[in-house]
Each structure stands twice: as C-alpha cells, then as structure tokens.
Design a protein around this ligand. Structure first.
Ligand code: PLZ
Length: 442
C-alpha cells in the first residue's frame, strides 16, 4: 500500500491541494475506516474498456481489472444493457423465497463451461470468500471428515475460515485470530524458489499430508491452480494432477479455487484445463459477472447434492442483477473469444517482460499464463526478495498513470491483470509505462 506522503510526492494531481481527489480523500479519512485502504488516492469518475478516468480528468491505463474482475472490460456494453433491463424488471426476491430463471441459467452455464464431462450442480453466493467457505462446508458434509489441506502462499479470502486457509499474515490475518481449526498447510510447488519438478513437489506435499493429517481425515484439498495474491506462482507441471489423483484415491474432495484464474484469464476458460485436471469442486467469483458481486461453487452432482435442502444459501446469493450481468459477461467472453484474447496478451506482453528482465537484473523470474503475468524482483543473482524495488516501481507506474498491482508473500512481485478486451494500443502504452517505471524507479 502506498503511503499518503509518498503519493503526494509522486503524484502531482494529489500534490495540488485543491484537486477533486484531494477533497474526497479528506472526506474519506473522516468517514472511512482506516483498515480499508486504497492503492491510489485518485478517485474514479468513469471507466470503460481498458482505461479509467479519475475525478480530476486524468486517464489511467488499467492493468488491474479490479483484481481480475472486469475481464470483459469495465462497463462492458452487454453487461450494462443486461443490468439495466433486469433492474427494471425486479431487483431482488431472494432465490430461497421466490426463484427465478437467471439463477438457473447461470448454473447451467457453469456446468457447461467448467472442466469435466460429468453431471454437475452449482450454488451461488456473493463473494469469493463465501464460495470457498461453502466449498469447505460441502466437502465436509459429503465426506463426513474434518480436515482441510491448503498450501503455502495460498489466498482464499478474509472471513474467519478463509483467513485460516490464507497463508500470508500481514495484512490479512494480523490480530484477527483465533482462526478456524482443522486447517493444515503443506508446501506449494514454486519452481523459481524450490527448483523441484512437479512430481517431486507433489510427493513431498503428499508425504506431509499423510504424516501430519492422515489421508482418512481429509475432507478437501483446496488449491489455486495458479496462485494469485501469493505471487502468481505457477506450479511445476504435474503437481496439480498428482494432487488431484491423490485426493481421488484418498476419498478427499479436490477443490480448485479458480476465483482469480477463472473466466478466460489464463488463456483457457479455467486454469485447471491446462493440466487436464477435472476438479471435484470449483470456486468462481471475480470475472464471472463483469464487476457485479457474484460467486459460485460448481461440482460433481453427488458431492454437491450431499447437502440437505436448506443447508446452503444466503439472502443475496445469486441476486438477479448479478446473474443477468454474469449471463451477459459469459456471452461476451464467448463472442469475443476471450481465452484467445488472453493468449494474445501473453504473446505480446511476455517478450516485453523478458526484455525488461534482460535490462534489469533485479527481475529474477518472469512467469504466468495468458493475461495473468508477473515478474518477481530479487536481489540480483539471489532469491532474496526485493520488496523495496517492487514498491518503487509500482509507485512510479501509478505516478505515470498506470494502474499496476503488486502481490506475493514477500511483496516482491509485480503482476499484470489487464482486462482481456484491452486494445493493442492500450496494452502497448501500458507496457511502455511499465518500462519507464522500471527505468525511473531503479
Ligand atoms: N480466492 C484465489 O484471489 C480474492 C483479494 C484482495 P473475495 N483475491 C483478491 C484483497 O486484498 O482482499 C480471492 C482470490 C482467490 C478467494 C478470493 C476471495 O475473493 O471476492 O475477495 O472474497
């Protein structure tokens, strides 16, 4: 997070006392809880496609997509139209009270789009964390077992159970305990740092589970196929399939948390597909509805339907406006072939990141898939994380009008998450700003 002072020094827009953003920031500091922070202090006026305009008229290139949410672009035309039409028909009934078609249609789409040619069911919720919580509830109910296995560097949310599943302490968990029990963390495959093959890393993780948890106690193995907040960590090939196979053997539910990787982001509808993995349950959120809050658990009918009627739900889960937005987003993804768009972004951006790495030895690793790309910054020639350089590059990017996110357990990863509809020109301008940010910050 960027300090107020640092941003004032770097961002001329904020430096002028009388900016609209400056005024809003003063109001904010008197009204909004300090625990909710923002990456930049420019306030949004409008956003469309791959750009955002702030209340002082400054244009930004969007390499964040609201953290992998607006895959179809901000205020995508079909999403806007669908939301407008739905909001005029009815805004809410609660699916548990009076059901409606839109909810059913989203679940049909999820069954068709998620990997695995088997009978599936879905349940809809409001946020990613809520979807992960429900996946755990369902897995425990279906197996009658208590234990949940998660991985180093994992991120699954900020609710009490999902904080326990999330690895990183600061800022997510510090001071918020005690955390939920029966959560066991095992090592993740992290090729840049551990140098292991997927098979080696999986054998080690499985050994830990068998030794410290016991296969018969495991309800669920929960994993992001590519870790998001933890640092855009792509496990070595074979790691995910080995864990999925072990879970099947052990009678545990294999849950892929595709909340950040899902909906075309990695060049495929879901990242599990890259390794031919068919998860028992998949959690989705973010990209599903083009910016409206919606999340889902989708999976094998026999596991999902193990739960008694009334056992799952919530007032707003699968709200009709969010469902209308999801149906329009999915239609847009199909029409514009957004998996191909993500692969195109990789084809353009990866060579540019590799060229950047050749110029700046602080870049120790270039990785990712599709439009989920990252560079990890380390003290040259070592694995020692360089969070200071990472923060400096991000601030320089923000100062130049590029919305750029960092991530990673060690805060030393710069990640690219552009909307998948970003134009070649916007992508090129954003990459040029990134180049410039490295040159000025280091
Ligand atoms: N699982 C894989 O990436 C959300 C969190 C940002 P919610 N990631 C962004 C922050 O600092 O809060 C995420 C994720 C994965 C679960 C979640 C949680 O999704 O919709 O934020 O609850």
């Amino acid at each position: 997070m960027i300090g107020v002072q640092a941003l004032k020094e770097l961002n001329p827009a904020v430096n002028q006392e009388q900016t609209a953003s400056g005024d809003l920031h003063q109001r904010r500091s008197r009204a909004v809880a300090r625990g909710v922070s923002s990456m930049i202090e420019s306030y949004v006026s409008s956003a469309a496609g791959g750009t955002m305009t702030d209340v002082d008229g400054r244009e930004w290139i969007d390499f964040a997509a609201g953290i992998a949410v607006t895959n179809v672009g901000n205020a995508a035309p079909k999403v806007v139209a669908a939301v407008q039409a739905q909001v005029e028909r009815f805004t809410h009934t609660c699916f548990m009270i009076a059901p409606y078609e839109q909810y059913v249609a989203v679940c049909e789409e999820l069954a068709a789009l998620t990997p695995g040619d088997f009978e599936k069911r879905s349940a809809l919720f409001n946020s990613g964390a809520e979807a992960v919580e429900n996946a755990v509830k369902i897995a425990r109910h279906a197996t009658g077992r208590p234990a949940v296995v998660v991985f180093d560097h994992a991120y699954h949310g900020r609710t009490n159970l999902t904080m326990a599943l999330t690895a990183k302490v600061m800022p997510y968990k510090q001071g918020f305990g005690p955390f939920a029990g029966e959560v066991y963390r095992v090592p993740m495959s992290y090729p840049f740092r551990d140098g292991h093959t997927g098979a080696e890393a999986a054998a080690y993780a499985i050994g830990q589970i068998e030794k410290n948890v016991g296969a018969v106690n495991v309800a669920a193995v929960v994993i992001e196929p590519i870790q998001g907040e933890g640092g855009f960590i792509v496990p070595a090939p074979g790691f995910l399939p080995a864990l999925a196979a072990w879970s099947r053997e052990a009678g545990a539910v294999f849950v892929a948390d595709e909340i950040q990787t899902g909906f075309c982001r990695t060049g495929s509808w879901f990242a599990s597909t890259h390794e031919g993995v068919e998860p028992d349950l998949i959690t989705t959120a973010k990209g599903i509805a083009g910016g409206l809050p919606l999340a889902a658990v989708t999976g094998r009918a026999e596991i999902m339907d193990a739960v008694h009627p009334g056992g799952l739900g919530g007032t707003y889960g699968g709200n009709p406006i969010a469902c209308a937005a999801a149906l329009a987003s999915i239609e847009t993804m199909r029409e514009l072939d957004l998996p191909a768009a993500a692969r195109h972004i990789e084809a353009v951006a990866r060579p540019r990141l590799e060229a950047l790495a050749a110029k700046h030895p602080v870049i120790g690793d270039v990785r990712g898939r599709g439009a989920m790309l990252a560079v990890e910054l380390t003290v040259p020639g070592s694995l020692t994380p360089d969070a200071v350089a990472t923060g400096a590059v991000a601030r320089a990017a923000h100062e130049s009008g590029l919305l750029l996110l960092t991530c990673g357990t060690y805060g030393n990863v710069i990640r690219l998450l552009p909307p998948l509809i970003i134009s070649d020109d916007e992508l090129d301008r954003g990459l040029a700003l990134l180049d410039q940010a490295f040159a000025t910050a280091l």
